[in-house]
Design a protein around this ligand. Structure first.
Ligand SMILES: C[S@@+](CC[C@H](N)C(=O)[O-])C[C@H]1O[C@@H](n2cnc3c(N)ncnc32)[C@H](O)[C@@H]1O
Length: 498
């Protein structure tokens, strides 16, 4: 593509599953807004700027009857994606090496169009073409997801980028790793001379140093040293989208659309902007100092339901990664399996709903199923209305996610992981779950994933992983349980001692 030091040919980008791009989540959000979004298991999905394919390969594996196309201008990325699907025997993805400006996907043929990590990092003409491509590719009620960097959050990060770009130049030459080192060294130097506690610039730089030092080098190179990285206001992005015939459907991270934690003054401003969702969202970005968006778009002629469709709600599946830790004063303690974050939920419908969903396992339950589960545990406590309203609030707040057609099915008797997850585990990379999340895994979790091809029972896998890593059996069993709860296994996942 280009021969600059930040080119993808020199520094391939490692593409992993993006939770927000899970078509099961996108379908649920779209349906709740009144669209008749295609079932993920019978859909056509186009990913523009697919990199090495790590985002759509797990989707293609989960939905073998659906069709996927990934396009990317970088030959090395497409070659890697082709190698992976060849190795895994996945045949429902086509890989195309092309510049998106010259790519014709077929008008109106795509139920989902994904463009993650592309828009802010290409020139204005490519941006316009990307949006036009989304519009022309989308089926009548299709949904696109475009991610991009936004202001004002990126204003501050821009200072970090400025320092790092100067630092990279100081290194001279074309070696990307050396330039990145020099970039981080200059950032550290700037942070170290601005030590006063009241110096917000210095604090931000120092905080950035510690955050970025732990980041993937390919991300740092393409985010902070790239020639193009043009954040913009959300409202400006939406103007460009509207010019191409697209409207705002929703943010993929639903909790970012809630103003509940921002107090009555913000709520009052948002009320004045009732009916203008773009203006409301823009105000929220300013209040939150937001830096990144994963925005869902659809055709501009469609009528959307902003109040959420109740009938649709009943048909979706809800799930959570929060797990109960027991009663505490005034409520129930929960811990998030992914982040480790602890929280206390006051006793009442919300705590009951979370506990009920946690008990439903990694793939959750429908509202009806959940009601039955809570009712069986405490018949006097439940009312359908309370459960529904708690579920809606928890979903809006991001404690619960909604999916459509997202529960994996398998005919194998024993736990089976995605084959791409087993490959990733073998290579000590973050591994992808059936919940479309790529998380780092420990040595013992890697052993367990590698063995999860559907032919081993829990006890056998645990014993083998314990032996291979030298960890205690109980520790290996706890790792198995964690993987199961995070949705790494389908079928046999609750099987004990097989
Ligand atoms: C930062 S990577 C993101 C990859 C992946 N979507 C992800 O989120 O991990 C951006 C990708 O967009 C591709 N790209 C950039 N400009 C492009 C263009 N004009 N046409 C097609 N692909 C392009 C790059 O080659 C690269 O693989």
């Amino acid at each position: 593509m280009n021969d600059s030091v930040t080119s993808y040919a020199q520094h391939p980008y490692r593409t992993l599953a993006r939770k927000e791009c899970d078509t099961a989540r996108m379908a649920a959000i779209a349906r709740l807004h009144g669209l008749n979004a295609a079932l993920p298991s019978a859909s056509r999905v186009l990913e523009i700027g697919c990199g090495s394919g790590g985002n759509i390969i797990p989707l293609a594996e989960r939905y073998p009857q659906s069709t996927f196309v990934g396009i990317d201008a970088e030959e090395a990325h497409i070659a890697e994606a082709r190698r992976e699907t060849g190795l895994l025997g996945i045949t429902n993805v086509e890989w195309v090496c092309a510049d998106l400006r010259r790519y014709n996907p077929g008008r109106g043929e795509w139920d989902y169009v994904l463009a993650h990590g592309v828009y802010s990092w290409v020139s204005a003409d490519v941006q316009a073409r990307l949006l036009a491509l989304c519009r022309s590719a989308l089926s009548a009620e299709g949904v696109a997801l475009v991610s991009f960097n936004v202001l004002p959050g990126w204003r501050q990060r821009g200072a970090v980028r400025d320092i790092m770009r100067v630092g990279a130049r100081l290194a001279g030459g074309l070696d990307g790793a050396e330039r990145l080192q020099s970039a981080l060294a200059l950032l550290k130097l700037v942070g170290s001379v601005r030590k006063s506690a009241s110096d917000s610039y210095g604090s931000y730089i120092r905080e950035s140093v510690s955050r970025l030092s732990a980041s993937d080098p390919s991300y740092l190179i393409h985010e902070f040293l790239a020639d193009y990285n043009e954040p913009e206001l959300f409202a400006d992005f939406m103007q460009s989208a509207a010019r191409e015939g697209l409207q705002f459907l929703s943010e993929a991270k639903i909790s970012m659309m809630s103003a509940d934690d921002l107090g009555p003054d913000v709520a009052s401003v948002l009320r004045q902007l009732e009916g203008d969702i773009v203006a409301q969202e823009q105000v929220l970005d300013l209040c939150r100092n937001r830096a990144f968006r994963e925005t869902m778009l659809c055709h501009d002629g469609l009528t959307l339901t902003r109040g959420l469709k109740a009938a649709v709600f009943e048909s979706l599946t809800f799930r959570t990664t929060l797990r109960p830790q027991g009663a505490v004063e005034g409520g129930q303690a929960f811990t998030d399996l992914v982040s480790g974050r602890a929280l206390t939920v006051p006793s009442g419908a919300a705590a009951d709903v979370l506990a009920g969903l946690a008990g439903s396992g990694p793939f959750g339950a429908t509202p009806g199923g959940l009601l039955g589960r809570i009712g069986a545990a405490a018949p006097q406590k439940v009312s359908h209305a309370d459960v529904t309203s708690a579920l809606v609030s928890l979903w809006r707040a991001g404690f619960v996610e909604a999916v459509c057609d997202g529960t994996p099915a398998s005919s194998s008797a024993f736990a089976k992981a995605l084959s791409i997850a087993r490959l990733q585990a073998e290579r000590a990379l973050p591994a992808t779950s059936f919940r479309h999340e790529a998380l780092p895994v420990s040595a013992v979790e890697r052993e367990l994933l590698c063995a999860a091809d559907g032919s081993f029972g829990r006890a056998g896998s645990v014993a083998a992983a314990s032996k291979a890593t030298g960890c205690a059996l109980e520790q290996a069993d706890a790792a198995y349980e964690r993987l199961a709860q995070l949705g790494y296994f389908c079928a046999g996942s609750s099987e004990r001692g097989g």
